[in-house]
Design a protein around this ligand. Sequence first.
Ligand code: G6P
Length: 367
Amino acid sequence: APVEKGNYRHYMQKEIFEQPIVVAQTLQTYVRPFEGEVALPVVDADLQAVNRLTIVACGTSFYAGLVAKYWVEQFARVPVDIDVASEFRYREPVLEPGGLALFISQSGETADTLAALRHARSQQQRIAVVVNVPTSSMAREADLLFPTHAGPEIGVASTKAFTCQLAVLAALAANLARAKGRLTREEEQEIVGHLQEAPAALNAALNHDEDIAAMAHLIAPARDVLYLGRGPDFPMAMEGALKLKEISYIHAEGYAAGEMKHGPIALIDDNVPVIVIAPSGPLFEKTVSNMQEVRARGGKIVLISDAKGIEEAGEGCMATIEMPAVHPLIAPLVYAVPVQLLAYHVAVLKGTDVDQPRNLAKSVTVE
Ligand code: G6P
């Protein structure tokens, strides 16, 4: 049966609001809450031998991979190489036989990613796939299949598939860490506990839909928008910028907050809104000082943070968006919501075709 929009105006909006449910659905198959264990369909012995992980994907799936790089390196201390699929094959990557290569894709059909997968296979890599369409080419060609359970995603701009990818990748990072002897039982239980908090935190984030809709008019007139983040929130800044570009056609860039002084700061004036993604935590103060650099140049800031962060640094911002206080592990999942909603409401104000943006395809099956 065709997927209906129900009470929603667009598929994208419906899919944003489905995230608490589909993330919970996805997590169910990767964690055992009572034992406090991650439980991927792979034996630890298989992961023990992994000394390097190669991640390849395109678009939003690539940004999920970038977040995973932070997690895998932090928890499992396994070095991660990551490429966009269109670059991977042609740069002749150095791949040790027996290495593990991970491909991330909503559709499982993206031509560049599929070609990269086949290249990795030809280089004797073990092929792991995080994919949302279980009958897809990538699912069929995988040695290790990690499905996301987001359900059909219709909106061209990926939303719920992305947060489900993050859920699977967090579990994978934890599983790899355990296999490598890097996680105590207690630490694993803690990680599982934090993952289990994600659906409720996503719900809390969605409760800010109206505030975000009300401030979208501050962004809609802009020609350029800058997104800043640090650590795993740096890829979230890029994802936020991608969402805005895709559906509102406003030029946007995601930058590492600390790198802004090496270029984008030259663009700052009161016509370039700067969206700062900064949950309070170990990196918060650094990001705030980058934010002050923007403010000192007359830049207009939208701070997305939790109550503590907003209390500390919200003064003088053009707007703030308050997220629930969450553990840094699940922050990327939760902070996906406000950047998706912001792009969505800006696009609605601009009257663009949200579900079918010009020149874009849901699944790009040409190179
Ligand atoms: C297209 C879509 C994006 C998606 C990308 C990768 O560009 O418009 O939303 O992120 O392809 O697709 P995949 O199915 O491989 O995740």
